[in-house]
Design a protein around this ligand. Sequence first.
Ligand code: MTE
Ligand code: MO
Length: 418
Amino acid sequence: MDELEYDRRRRRQWLAGTARAEGVERRTLLRMMAAAGVPALAQVLAPARAFASAPGSPVPGIVKPLPAEWFVPRGTNAEMRWDTFPPHTSQVPAERFFVRNHTSTPLIDADTWRLRLFGSGLPGSAVEFSLDQLRRMPAAGVTAIVECAGNGRSFYTSQQQQSVPGTPWTLGGVGSAHWRGVRLSELLHRAGLRPDAVDVLPTGLDPEYLTADGTNLGHVRRPLPIAKALHDTLVAYEMNGEPLLPDHGAPARLVVPGWVGVASIKWLGSLEVAAEPLYSPWNTDFYRLFGAAYPPGGSAPLAEQVVKSAFELARGAVLPQGRATRLEGRSWSGSGAVRKVEISTDGGASWRPAHLRDEPRADTWTRWSYDWRPEHPGPYELRARATDRRGNTQPDTAVLNREGYLFGAVVAHPVTVA
Ligand SMILES: Nc1nc2c(c(=O)[nH]1)N[C@H]1C(S)=C(S)[C@@H](COP(=O)(O)O)O[C@H]1N2
Ligand SMILES: [Mo]
């Protein structure tokens, strides 16, 4: 599937007036809504109430505990700490998984919750499924990484002296888990998918999102091309064998393997299946690449994630001189299994292969280790550089884009030997 070609087609249809774009421009939206008599989204969504997290929580709006040993609070989000992550755990337990919330975690009553499918890409009126109904359908298990498009963003600034807005993630805006649920293709076929359907628009039940200047962009939602929806997208109700935690989308969320995290809409309330292309702010103003290196309208909407690597080590860690230290970490890519990982302990001058501790797989990360015996005291910069099976290698620098997405460059990791 070629997202660029798809987007060109979508844009042509948009210009021809045959695509829909609610929320893309507020005035346009209001005019369209008034003209078409479209009910406000809130009316068609299941009831949800915003949940106040425990008093004293470092991130209001997140429900689960966020101990400082596991998380770094970042605005409405919580970043996972790699330096305290157990190297022998392959998947991230739900309680340690990073959280990215545009607003706050809603607490949704699973008994009255319904997932509503509707739209011009379905034959008749809307179809609803309860959680029990989903659980009685054939279940599928999928291992997948969820990673924020902004993961690594802070390195544009700290490593490349470029200023970018948004959450200053280091490398902990990512997690891998086993998900279980119903394939989206199964649901779409049960609802009677029409052959001319092109987009599926999942909408979250969390509170509407207000930009910094107070514009209400509505509920978090992002069109997904039908090909990806049918290929490997999951409507997940379990994570690592347990019902989803509220913060990770209970009672059900999308899991869109390999793609930027925003595709994996949490607290799924509805799926609009459309025979015309759809837009939302999350595939127009956000989650495209804008900047000198990109076309004026931005790149195609972001889809696959880039290659990254992280050390399971504190930045600025002190390591012993004259003794072997086992450096550990992992690498991952949205477009295939990791092929090799190289380590540099001299600031990038020379590279040696890391030992891969896992048989690399396309659906999760690959753990690696490297035994290092520094002979001289002083400051060092460690680097890990991965290459995936498609031949994508982490570059020395990432090409700047306005929102600071997809920082895939090699990250310098300072340590001190003493
Ligand atoms: N409804 C809804 N879905 C959402 C979001 C959100 O704020 N609201 N955030 C998205 C983003 S940007 C990311 S990176 C992932 C994060 O998933 P997690 O919080 O389970 O780690 O959820 C995505 N799904
Ligand atoms: Mo994200």
